[in-house]
Design a protein around this ligand. Structure first.
Ligand code: PMP
Length: 361
C-alpha cells in the first residue's frame, strides 16, 4: 500500500481496498476468464453486478421507491444540459442559485435550452468570509420549472448545509458531495453527480430522478441523455461505461462496509474540523469562507505570503502530500478530502502545515 495522500479535487483518490480488488481481478473477473472490460453488458454476469451496484446505491442513499437511479454518460457537465432538456420545456424558465463557479457553468449551459434562466444571487461576501445569502433573500420565480443549486461548490469551498425550502422541484448538483453524509432524497426532484470524486472514474454520472419528472423531455434531447429512455432501458440504451459502473459498484460495497453514509458523515466532519481548526488558529494560513458555509469536502486555504506557494507545494509533495494546488481560477491551495481520504491523511497534512509554518511563518 502506498503512503501517498492525494488531495486532488477530481479525479480524486479512491479507496485503496477498491483499487486492490480491481487490480486482483482485472484479468479474470468473477470467474469469467475475461476482464470486466471485455464482457457483454447484456450478459448475466455483468447484469447481476450492475443491478447489485444500483441496489447498493439506493440502499446507501435510502432512495425512495418513486425515484429512478440512472447511470449516465458525460460526467457532471453532461447533466448541466440533461437537466433542462429532460424536466423543462424550451419555453420554460428555471431558477438557478448562483453560489459559485460550478453554479455559473450550470447556468450558462441551461440558458441554451430554456426560454430564460433566473440567476438567483446566492454567494455573498460577509465580514466572516464568503457565505450564501439566506433563503428569504432569494428572488425566485413562482413559475419556475425547477430550482437548481450546487450544495457543495468544489472550487469556492462554499457549502449550503440545509436543504432549501422552495416550491419548484429542487435539482442539486452533488458532484462533489454525493454520499458524503446522510441526505433526505425525498426533498429533491433530481440529484446528479459526476463520478470522479466520491464514486469512481470520470466521464460517468449518476442521476436520481423523481418519477413524475420523467416522460416529457424536450424533443431535441439526444437519446443517450434522455432520462425517460434511460430509465426504461435500465441505463443501457447504448453500451454503458462498463468499467466505471463496475468500479462504482465496488466503491458502494466499500461504503457499506465502512458503515454507510452515517459513518462517512461523522468521519468527514471530523476530518474537516481538524483541518479548519488548525487553519483558524494558525495565523499563517487562512480560509476565506464563513464558518457556517464551509465545505466538508473541499477546503481552500491561503498562505500568508503567496510567494511561498511553490515551495509549499514542492515540500508537500516530498512528504507524500499531493494534489494541493488550488483551482486555476482562485489560486492558493485546496485540500479535497472526499470519502476515500482517511483521517491519517488529514493528520499528515496538518502536521506538515505546522512544520512549514514554523520554518517559514
Ligand atoms: N459540478 C461540480 C460541483 C464539479 O465539481 C464538477 C467537476 N469538478 C462538475 C460539475 C463537472 O464535472 P465533469 O468534469 O465530470 O463534467
Amino acid at each position: 500500500m502506498t503512503k501517498l495522500y492525494n488531495f486532488s479535487a477530481g479525479p480524486a483518490m479512491l479507496p485503496v481496498a477498491v483499487m486492490e480488488q480491481a487490480q486482483a481481478e482485472f484479468l479474470d473477473w468473477n470467474g469469467t476468464g475475461c476482464s470486466v472490460l471485455e464482457v457483454s453488458h447484456r450478459g448475466d454476469a455483468f447484469l447481476e453486478m450492475a443491478h447489485q451496484a444500483e441496489r447498493d446505491l439506493r440502499e446507501l442513499m435510502a432512495v425512495p421507491d418513486n425515484y429512478r437511479t440512472l447511470f449516465m454518460h458525460g460526467g457532471g457537465r453532461g447533466q448541466f444540459s440533461a437537466v433542462p432538456q429532460n424536466i423543462a420545456s424550451s419555453t420554460d424558465s428555471a431558477d438557478y442559485l448562483d453560489c459559485g463557479i460550478w453554479s455559473g457553468f450550470a447556468i450558462r449551459e441551461a440558458e441554451k435550452y430554456l426560454a430564460s434562466v433566473n440567476r438567483v444571487a446566492g454567494q455573498v461576501d460577509t465580514e466572516q468570509g464568503r457565505a450564501i445569502a439566506p433563503v428569504e433573500q432569494w428572488q425566485v420565480n413562482p413559475r419556475a420549472a425547477y430550482f437548481h443549486y450546487c450544495p457543495n461548490e468544489t472550487v469556492d469551498g462554499v457549502a449550503l448545509h440545509q436543504i432549501p425550502a422552495v416550491e419548484a422541484p429542487l435539482v442539486a448538483d452533488m458532484s462533489s458531495n454525493i454520499l458524503s453524509e446522510p441526505l433526505d432524497v425525498s426533498r429533491f426532484g433530481v440529484i446528479y453527480a459526476g463520478a470522479q470524486k466520491n464514486i469512481g472514474p470520470s466521464g460517468f454520472a449518476i442521476a436520481i430522478v423523481r418519477e413524475d419528472l420523467l416522460g416529457a423531455p424536450q424533443q431535441s434531447v439526444s437519446t443517450i441523455m434522455d432520462y425517460t429512455v434511460q430509465a426504461a432501458d435500465g441505463s443501457m440504451y447504448n453500451t454503458p461505461n462498463t468499467f466505471a459502473w463496475y468500479l462504482a459498484g465496488l466503491v458502494f460495497k466499500w461504503l457499506k462496509q465502512q458503515g454507510g453514509v452515517a459513518a462517512m458523515g461523522k468521519l468527514n466532519r471530523a476530518k474537516a474540523e481538524h483541518l479548519y481548526a488548525y487553519i483558524d488558529n494558525s495565523g499563517f494560513y487562512s480560509n476565506p469562507v464563513h464558518p457556517a458555509y464551509r465545505s466538508i469536502m473541499n477546503v481552500p486555504f491561503l498562505l500568508a505570503d503567496d510567494a511561498l506557494n511553490a515551495t509549499f507545494l514542492s515540500e508537500a509533495e516530498q512528504h507524500g502530500l499531493v494534489g494541493l494546488k488550488g483551482h486555476r481560477f482562485v489560486g492558493g491551495m485546496r485540500a479535497s478530502i472526499y470519502n476515500a481520504m482517511p483521517m491519517a491523511g488529514v493528520e499528515a497534512l496538518v502536521s506538515f502545515m505546522q512544520d512549514f509554518e514554523q520554518r517559514y511563518g
